[in-house]
Write a protein that binds this ligand. Structure first.
Ligand code: AMP
Length: 116
């Protein structure tokens, strides 16, 4: 089933796109949790990390390559940043189209996960 991210890929709804190539798209998170908070997503619709196959190797590698480029462009490569991929309910995944969060621009603390 398609998600709101598919509509962003198809340019049916607006987003602040910061990077695009033939395999991936990156845009600013609508509800940023850090000064820099960007989503990097595959153009291919894959719901969760549980659904990836070996056929997705190239696109999954490209997510990291794009993340590194974007971090440099956004000026957070040296200061540091966090990459995060939520999977399913316990991680709080809201959009069922794989996305890598890039977060930086401030000290993020030891973990975003709180101890129970
Ligand atoms: P997750 O909880 O990992 O599924 O994260 C989904 C993320 O997508 C959240 O950080 C949302 O703020 C973000 N998001 C949802 N809709 C949009 C949108 N239309 N444009 C940009 N970011 C969005």
């Amino acid at each position: 089933m398609s998600t709101i991210f598919k509509k962003i890929i198809d340019k049916e709804i607006p987003a602040e796109i910061v990077y695009e190539d033939e395999l991936v798209l990156a845009f600013k998170d609508i509800n940023p949790l850090a000064p820099v908070h960007i989503m990097v997503i595959p153009k291919k619709e894959i719901a969760t990390v549980n659904d990836v196959t070996e056929a997705d190797e190239a696109v999954l590698g490209r997510l990291f390559i794009a993340a590194a480029k974007i971090a440099k462009e956004q000026g957070i490569a040296e200061s540091g940043y966090r990459l995060m991929v939520n999977v399913n309910k316990d991680a709080g995944q809201e959009v069922f189209h794989i996305h890598m969060h890039i977060m930086g621009g401030r000290h993020l603390g030891p973990m975003l996960v709180k101890k129970e």
